[in-house]
Design a protein around this ligand. Structure first.
Ligand code: NAP
Ligand code: ZN
Ligand code: ZN
Length: 352
C-alpha cells in the first residue's frame, strides 16, 4: 500500500520548482521508511532539474543529501529501528552481483544497474521515476541507508551524503595525506568539504577560487594557502608542485592552467560535471610530466559509512545555510552566481 508525501518538483526544464504530492511505497520486509528532516541542495540537482544533463523525466523531485528519522521498518530489517537517525545519499539500490557491487563500489555498478535516488526508473512503483529528498518521506532498502554519528548536527551533516563523500573518496583513493600537496578547485558545496578533508588527512592544502571574497573563508575552512585562479602570477608560483588536484568546478573551463601545476606523475581528478564539455586539455601538458586527468563518482556504501564515521570522530560537518523549501528557486540562482556559503540545506518542516 503506497502512501503520499509532500514534495518540491521541477515540472519542466524552465519553470521554477513548486510544491506537489508524490507516492511512496510502504516499507517491504527489508525497507526503512524515513521522515525526512533535512535535504542538502547539490549543484547536480540544478543540472538535472534544468535538463543540463540528458535524460531528466518530469516531474523530477531532486535531492540526494537526505537525513531524517526512521518512522517504520520492515520485519527483516536489522540495522535500524523506529526513531533512529538515518541518512540516504545518491544511490538507493544497485545490481548487487557484479564485481563493483561486490567490492562495495556500487556507484561503478558494471551493468549500470544502480538506482539513483532520483530520476531513475522506480523498480517498486512501475511507471514512475525515483523521487529524491525534497520531500517529507522516503522508503529505501536498509542496505542503502546510512547511520549518522549522534554528535553531528543533523542539518549540517546532511550534505556529507554527496558533497562529503564525493570529495572524501578521491582524496582517499589518490592518497592525500602527510607529505602530499593537494589542490582543491572551487569553493562551493563540494570544494569546502574537499578543503576540510584534505586538511584533516594531513595534506598541505591549497584552495583555488575565482572569488576574491572567499579567501578568508578558505583559510578558516582549513586551506594553508588560497590562490585566485584568475591571477596568472599567483598560479605561476605553484607550477609543477602538486601531487593531486580535485576539481569541483560546475562550469566548463580551461583545464591547462591546473594541469601545469601538477608534479611529474601528478593527477587532477575531475568531480565537477558541467553541462558543456571542457575544452580539450593540451596533450603536451600531460606528456611532459606523465600527468593524469581522472574522474571520480560519489562513493560506495561502505566508504560513505566510513566517511560519516570519520566525520563523527573528527567533528566534521558542512557549513550550511538553512532554507525553507519555498526558497529553493532563489537558492538555485545564488548557486549559479557561486554565492553559496557553502551548502544550502532545506528544512523539510517547511513542507508540512
Ligand atoms: P557549487 O556549490 O555550485 O560549487 C561550484 C563552485 O565552482 C563555485 O562555488 C565556484 O567556486 C566554482 N565555479 C562556478 N562557476 C565557475 C566558473 N565558471 N569558473 C570557475 N569556477 C567556477 O556546486 P557543487 O554542488 O559543489 O557541485 C560542483 C559540481 O560537481 C557540479 O557540476 C556537480 O554536478 C558535480 N558533482 C559531481 C559529483 C560526482 O560524483 N562526481 C557529485 C556531486 C556533484 P569559486 O567561487 O571558489 O570559484
Ligand atoms: Zn550531489
Ligand atoms: Zn552492480
Amino acid at each position: 500500500m503506497p502512501h503520499s508525501a509532500n514534495a518540491y518538483a521541477a515540472f519542466d526544464k524552465t519553470t521554477p520548482l513548486g510544491p506537489t504530492t508524490i507516492t511512496r511505497r510502504d516499507p517491504g520486509p527489508t525497507d526503512v521508511q524515513i521522515d525526512i528532516q533535512y535535504c542538502g541542495v547539490c549543484h547536480s540537482d540544478l543540472h538535472t532539474a534544468r535538463s543540463e544533463w540528458p535524460g531528466t523525466v518530469y516531474p523530477c523531485v531532486p535531492g540526494h543529501e537526505i537525513l531524517g528519522t526512521v518512522r517504520a521498518v520492515g520485519d527483516a530489517v536489522t540495522k535500524f529501528k523506529v526513531g533512529d537517525t538515518a541518512a540516504v545519499g545518491c544511490l538507493v539500490d544497485s545490481c548487487r552481483t557484479c564485481e563493483s557491487c561486490k567490492a562495495g563500489l556500487e556507484q561503478y555498478c558494471d551493468v549500470f544497474g544502480f538506482v539513483m535516488t532520483y530520476n531513475s526508473p522506480d523498480k517498486h512503483l512501475p511507471g514512475q521515476m525515483t523521487y529524491g529528498g525534497y520531500s517529507t518521506s522516503i522508503t529505501v532498502t536498509e542496505d542503502f541507508v546510512l547511520k549518522v554519528p549522534a554528535n553531528l548536527d543533523p542539518a549540517a551533516a546532511a550534505p556529507l551524503l554527496c558533497a562529503g563523500i564525493t570529495t572524501y573518496s578521491p582524496l582517499r583513493h589518490w592518497g592525500a595525506g602527510p607529505g602530499k600537496k593537494v589542490g582543491i578547485v572551487g569553493l562551493g558545496g563540494l570544494g569546502h568539504m574537499g578543503v576540510k578533508f584534505s586538511r584533516a588527512f594531513g595534506a598541505e592544502t591549497v584552495l583555488f577560487t575565482t572569488s576574491a571574497s572567499k579567501v578568508e573563508d578558505g583559510k578558516r575552512l582549513g586551506a594553508h594557502q588560497v590562490v585566485i585562479s584568475k591571477d596568472p602570477e599567483a598560479m605561476q608560483q605553484h607550477m609543477r608542485s602538486f601531487d593531486l588536484i580535485i576539481n569541483t568546478v560546475a562550469a566548463s573551463h580551461d583545464l591547462d592552467p591546473f594541469v601545469n601545476l601538477l608534479k611529474r606523475d601528478g593527477t587532477m581528478v575531475l568531480v565537477g560535471a558541467p553541462e558543456h564539455a571542457h575544452p580539450s586539455p593540451s596533450v603536451m601538458g600531460m606528456i611532459f610530466g606523465r600527468r593524469s586527468i581522472a574522474g571520480s563518482l560519489i562513493g560506495g556504501l561502505p566508504e560513505t559509512q566510513e566517511m560519516l564515521d570519520f566525520c563523527g570522530k573528527h567533528d566534521i560537518v558542512c557549513d550550511i545555510e538553512l532554507i525553507k523549501a519555498q526558497q529553493i528557486n532563489e537558492a538555485y540562482e545564488r548557486m549559479l552566481k557561486s554565492d553559496v556559503k557553502y551548502r544550502f540545506v532545506i528544512d523539510i518542516s517547511s513542507m508540512k
